[in-house]
Design a binder for this molecule. Structure first.
Ligand SMILES: C[S@@+](CC[C@H](N)C(=O)[O-])C[C@H]1O[C@@H](n2cnc3c(N)ncnc32)[C@H](O)[C@@H]1O
Length: 228
């Protein structure tokens, strides 16, 4: 099967599973993704196309939500060496643990991702438990850079700590694709990421280069040295 027909069947599958889960979750945590799936699925596919993981890549996702990206990665590669893993805090904005029957868990089950997405809460100035080295680290619509208890967003130094942590867990030719939730992007944080990002790659991938950042490990290493 060629890549275009493979993608068509992946998309149909994701739409079907979203509809099944959406019936049980007309509202509540994560329900917007399954009840209006097309826009989110297409956005994740655009990210997939931009990073273009090879069939034996190792991909790490922060905050996968319902798991569209993980499923796309897993099903577009037919190589057993391909590895997708993700972490999520698995708590909601009110600091309550996801309920067993929530929309996120139901989707992870349907997409066979339950074993691949593990619980981990990212905190400022604390290393992430990556458990390995990855070719691609991705975080779409990331909201980890905020302290939910205090309502405070991360400072620039917290982002620099995070970026150092990513460098240490990226393979030599690795890269980071990240979109922070827009309210978390103060001017100085935006400028940090903007200076690092390959704007041309972002724009040709169909993303806004002021909000989405694509950063190679080489660029990160070079730039972080100047900030130390
Ligand atoms: C806005 S959703 C984005 C979901 C998905 N990436 C997308 O683009 O549709 C943010 C995700 O990050 C997770 N998250 C938020 N804060 C986190 C933290 N401190 N550590 C780990 N995951 C976190 C949430 O549980 C949620 O799954």
């Amino acid at each position: 099967m060629n890549a275009a027909s493979k993608w068509e069947s992946v998309k149909i599958f994701l739409l079907q599973k979203s509809e099944e889960v959406g019936i049980n979750h007309p509202s509540g945590l994560g329900s917007k993704y399954v009840n209006n799936p097309l826009i989110y699925i297409d956005k994740q596919k655009k990210m997939y196309d931009l990073i273009a993981p090879s069939s034996d890549s190792k991909v790490f996702e922060i905050g996968p939500g319902v798991g569209y990206f993980g499923y796309i990665c897993e099903s577009m590669s037919d190589n057993d060496l391909f590895q997708y893993s993700g972490i999520d805090c698995m708590i909601d904005v009110n600091n309550e643990r996801w309920k067993d029957d929530c929309c996120y868990y139901e989707m992870h089950n349907k997409l066979n991702l339950s074993e691949k997405i593990r619980e981990f809460f990212i905190s400022p100035q604390e290393k992430i438990e990556f458990r390995g080295t990855f070719d691609h680290i991705v975080a779409m619509q990331a909201s980890f850079a905020a302290n939910w208890k205090t309502g405070q967003s991360w400072e620039v130094m917290d982002h620099i700590f995070f970026l150092h942590d990513c460098v240490e867990h990226l393979s030599e030719q690795g890269d980071l694709f990240i979109q922070h939730n827009p309210p978390l992007l103060t001017d100085d944080i935006k400028s940090l990421y903007h200076n690092l990002s390959d704007k041309q790659a972002i724009t040709s991938g169909g993303f806004d280069s002021n909000l989405f950042f694509y950063i190679t490990r080489n660029k990160l290493m070079e730039h972080l040295k100047t900030l130390d």
